[in-house]
Design a protein around this ligand. Structure first.
Ligand SMILES: [Cu+2]
Length: 108
């Protein structure tokens, strides 16, 4: 029973109706984790980031050019929710507000 429940609830994914959902952490030491995602074109994506630290300097904001274009500040304890439906396949960079890459979303 425990094994079945574990299989049904992987740590990086949880249920949001109608969306592929990801739970993401942030620390200053390791930035976002996980940082690589694979999703499907035309299917809604729901990403929640729960920062354990407040980011500073260059990497203080996060965005996904082409999927989520409004930079969001990473503030300790302040959940960030990004929801979007990718319309084109490709590899979309997760970046800071000035475009430095910190992860990738592969749309298949
Ligand atoms: Cu930057």
């Amino acid at each position: 029973m425990i094994a079945l429940m574990t299989l049904a609830s992987p740590a990086s994914s949880f249920a949001v109706a109608g969306a592929e959902s990801f739970s993401v952490g942030y620390t200053k030491a390791h930035d976002i984790a996980p940082s690589t995602f694979t999703v499907k074109k035309g299917e809604k994506v729901h990403i929640e980031i729960n920062p354990s630290d407040t980011a500073t300097g260059c990497m203080s904001e996060i965005m996904i050019p082409g999927l989520w274009d409004k930079p969001q500040p990473l503030v300790k304890g302040k959940k960030i929710v990004m929801e979007f439906t990718p319309q084109k396949t490709g590899a979309y960079k997760i970046t800071c507000a000035m475009g430095v890459q910190r992860g990738v979303i592969n749309v298949q």
